[in-house]
Design a protein around this ligand. Structure first.
Ligand code: IMP
Ligand code: MG
Length: 180
């Protein structure tokens, strides 16, 4: 592991692959316990969560379903501001135990706007499981039920997370080197 240069930025190794796998495995064990016999439905949010969701799902041993959605935000009216819509949400949410899988909660705005849309469909329960949380950056109140890592407010990439489209295929998580 060494410094990575992408576009005009530099990134240094931050969370090694083995540690990420250990935490994701721990989360799977916890979910195995919490959702035994509940046949939960995982809703993974693309693109960022694809690697996290795939690894987590491999470690799970309970009966569970997974679907992948994309969140698109478009300009609503002046009063509604930006509106978030879920693309590809064809699974029945009603009366299911639902767990959202998201790569990172930064300001929390995305989740804050998306969660009410799922709650509207009256799931039996709704929880949020994330890989990374930046508590110092979070401005919106979002319930975080499961979290692998709390990290400082610095840009990260790798393990599904990108910088301007690149870096998603890196197995570790790298952190930006801030210029002094
Ligand atoms: P939020 O709405 O501010 O919580 O932003 C959430 C989304 O921003 C995440 O799903 C990521 O796609 C993206 N994001 C936030 N912080 C980072 C980061 O450090 N690296 C890569 N993507 C990030
Ligand atoms: Mg994302």
């Amino acid at each position: 592991m060494s410094i990575i240069h992408l576009h005009n930025k530099s990134f240094e190794p931050y969370l090694p692959e083995a540690l990420i796998q250990e935490k994701v495995k721990e989360l799977a064990l916890q979910l195995d316990q919490d959702y035994a016999d509940k046949r939960p439905l995982f809703v993974a949010i693309l693109n960022g969560s694809f690697m996290f969701a795939a690894d987590l799902f491999k470690y799970l041993t309970i009966e569970a379903e997974i679907c992948f959605i994309k969140l698109a935000s478009y300009k609503g009216t002046k009063s509604t501001g930006k509106v978030i819509t879920a693309i590809g949400l064809d699974a029945e949410i009603h009366d299911r135990h639902v767990i959202i899988l998201e790569d990172i909660i930064d300001t929390g705005k995305t989740m804050h706007e998306f969660l009410p849309q799922l709650i509207n469909q009256q799931p039996l329960s709704l929880k949020v499981a994330i890989l990374l949380h930046k508590p110092e950056a979070t401005e919106y109140n979002v319930p975080i039920d499961y979290c692998c890592f709390s990290i400082p407010n610095k840009f990260v990439l790798g393990y599904g997370l990108d910088y301007d489209g690149y870096g998603r295929n890196i197995k570790e998580i790298y952190q930006i080197i801030e210029e002094k």
